[in-house]
Design a protein around this ligand. Structure first.
Ligand code: IMP
Length: 206
C-alpha cells in the first residue's frame, strides 16, 4: 500500500503543548528558522492531560491532540526522556516522574542521583535521550516523529546550560555533557534536533 502523504503545516503560529520552559525554548528556536512562532500552553492556560501511554509517541499524541482541540490551533507536543541501558531503558517515559517531589515541583539533582545510584554497579554506561514530536490539527489529524541521541551517562553531573538530565549525559563522539556545550552544538546533535529534522522534512516549508 502506498504511504499516505504527510500533511504540510501552513500556519505561522502554533501552540506548544508543554509547560516545560526548556522544551518550549528549544522547540521555539528550531521553529523560528521556518518563520513559525510558538505560543505556549501555559500562556493560553491549557490544562495538562494525564500521560497514560507507555511510549513517547503515544504520550506526545495525547498532549498534542488535547492542546489542538482546546485551542483551535495546530499544536506541537514534545515527549522526551532519558534512558540507561543497564536499567533496561529506565527512567524512559517516566523521566519527569523520577524528578517529581512529594510536595510538588521537580528536583533534577535528586533524579540524576537516583539514576546514578541504580546504574553505578553496572559496567555498561550506555545511555540515550529520545524525543517524540507530534503535530496535531484541531480536526484530529496527527503527524509523529521520533529521534534519539546516543551516548553515555557520567558522574558527577557537569555544566549549567541546558535543562533536566543534561548534566549527566555525554553524547557519542563528544567530551562535554549536554549542559556544558554551547546550546547551538546541542541543537545540532540532540534527540530533539533529530526528531525535528524528520518533522521539517515531512511537514514544513522554508
Ligand atoms: P515529559 O514532559 O514527560 O516529556 O518529560 C520529559 C523529561 O525528560 C523531563 O524530565 C526532562 O527534563 C527530560 N528531558 C527531555 N529532553 C531533555 C533534554 O534535552 N535534556 C535533558 N533532559 C531532558
Amino acid at each position: 500500500m502506498p504511504a499516505l502523504p504527510h500533511r504540510r503545516l501552513t500556519e505561522r503560529r502554533i501552540v506548544m503543548a508543554s509547560h516545560n520552559a526548556g522544551k518550549v525554548r528549544e522547540n521555539a528556536a528550531l521553529l523560528a528558522e521556518y518563520g513559525i512562532a510558538i505560543v505556549s500552553a501555559k500562556e493560553l492556560g491549557l490544562p495538562e492531560p494525564a500521560e497514560t501511554e507507555t511510549s513517547f509517541l503515544g504520550n506526545a499524541t495525547i498532549k498534542a491532540l488535547a492542546a489542538a482541540r482546546a485551542s483551535g490551533l495546530v499544536a506541537l507536543a514534545d515527549d522526551s526522556g532519558f534512558s540507561v541501558a543497564s536499567l533496561n531503558g529506565d527512567p524512559g517515559v517516566y523521566t519527569a516522574d523520577w524528578a517529581e517531589q512529594p510536595g510538588g515541583g521537580r528536583d533534577y539533582a535528586q533524579a540524576m542521583a537516583r539514576v546514578e545510584a541504580l546504574a553505578r554497579p553496572q559496567a555498561d554506561r550506555t545511555a540515550w535521550f529520545t524525543c517524540a514530536l507530534v503535530l496535531a490539527w484541531p480536526d484530529g489529524h496527527v503527524e509523529g516523529f521520533e529521534g534519539k541521541a546516543m551516548g553515555e551517562w557520567v558522574w558527577p553531573p557537569r555544566g549549567e546550560k541546558g535543562f533536566g538530565y543534561d548534566p549527566m549525559f555525554v553524547p557519542a563522539g563528544h567530551a562535554e555533557t549536554f549542559a556544558e556545550m554551547d546550546p547551538a552544538v546541542k541543537h545540532a546533535i540532540s534527540h530533539r534536533a533529530a526528531a525535528f529534522r524528520m518533522l521539517a522534512e515531512a511537514c514544513l516549508e522554508k
